[in-house]
Write a protein that binds this ligand. Structure first.
Ligand code: FO1
Length: 322
């Protein structure tokens, strides 16, 4: 079976680890492709930083700082202090020394003419990830956050201001010229199931869906599309999606996010939606809206629970596919 996951960041990394674990235990040789959000990416000190990709790469390679959710385990920060001293990087954004190795290699390859997809392939070939990573697009679509104090890059809003400055909206730079990457398009076309990871619907899933042609690819797929709620009992599992959802007028609830993505039958994307047991009351309303929802335990605490959530998502997809 060909499984495609759409997402980015820590929630997606944890979900994909569970999916890989489930696939390994099932031993059916299923293939996992991840279409990764690139809206978080930015240029810093002349280097291309790609947080959502690197979180997935390091987690799948087992070299990640699981506590922080980004960067490498066993990090040191000698160079970052120098960058702050030279003023080429703000003191509120720390680039670890090992992490800098990735940014330098990526930037060298990009400057040599490699596409982002090619960079993903080269970085991923260092470890047996068991998963293929594809950028949503090879174009630069950095997310810009619009606030009353002016527009700023997503990373400044998220890291420097901790999403505390009310956002009026989010846009991806030069998105009109972007197209789905070849790897992402092929993976979705050949998919037997498409899963939306429990990532931030606005700044992690949103930019992927904003790539012209991406929604059409997903809606045109014969595969069932099942999403996993990143919101449990009205609160965000991790991160600051509530600040993002408020900015786009979506209530912070499992039901509202499903309706934000919309039922495929009504022109949206979803056939199915997993909510946590505490949100079981959302199931009938979502069924009414054409989304087959199911309530299961959604906390991605350890390998077993993560593998279980992945299994539940695939079971729902199988039920939908009939
Ligand atoms: N997040 C922080 O809160 N503080 C940091 O100093 C920081 C540095 C950093 C370096 C590389 C990288 O790939 C990610 C980094 N992040 C940091 C996480 C990142 O800014 C965001 O959390 C993600 O973009 C959100 O998905």
């Amino acid at each position: 079976m060909r499984i495609v996951v759409i997402g980015g960041g820590v929630g997606c990394a944890r979900f994909v680890l569970g999916l890989r674990e489930h696939v390994r235990r099932a031993g059916a040789g299923d293939r996992i492709d991840v279409v990764v959000n690139t809206g978080d990416d930015w240029w810093l000190s002349g280097l291309r930083i790609a947080p959502d990709h690197d979180s997935l790469l390091y987690a799948l390679a087992g070299v990640n700082d699981a506590e922080r959710g980004w960067g490498r385990a066993g990090e040191s920060e000698r160079v970052s202090a120098e960058l702050a001293a030279w003023g080429t990087a703000p003191e509120w954004f720390t680039l670890g020394d090992l992490d800098l190795g990735t940014h330098i290699a990526r930037t060298a390859w990009l400057r040599g003419g490699a596409s982002v997809s090619e960079v993903y392939a080269r970085l991923g070939s260092r470890w047996p990830l068991g998963v293929r990573l594809h950028p949503a697009t090879d174009a630069e679509i950095d997310t810009i956050v619009e606030t009353d104090q002016g527009d700023m890059h997503f990373q400044e809003w998220w890291v420097r201001h901790r999403a505390a400055r009310p956002a009026r909206g989010f846009r991806q730079s030069a998105i009109a010229h972007a197209r789905p990457s070849g790897g992402a398009a092929a993976a979705i076309r050949e998919a037997d199931v498409v899963l939306l990871a429990p990532s931030n619907p606005v700044v992690s899933i949103g930019p992927v869906l904003a790539v012209p042609g991406m929604r059409e690819l997903i809606r045109g797929s014969a595969a069932p599309v099942v999403g996993v709620s990143g919101i449990i009992g009205g609160s965000v599992v991790r991160g600051m999606a509530d600040a993002c959802l408020a900015a786009v007028g979506v209530e912070t609830s499992a039901r509202a996010v499903a309706q934000h993505y919309g039922a495929r039958a009504a022109g949206g994307l979803l056939d199915g939606w997993l909510v946590d047991d505490v949100d079981a009351d959302a199931v009938p309303a979502l069924a009414e809206a054409g989304i087959a929802a199911r309530a299961v335990p959604l906390w991605l605490t350890d390998n077993d629970t993560r593998a279980q959530v992945a299994r539940d998502a695939l079971d729902l997809a199988r039920t939908i596919a009939g």
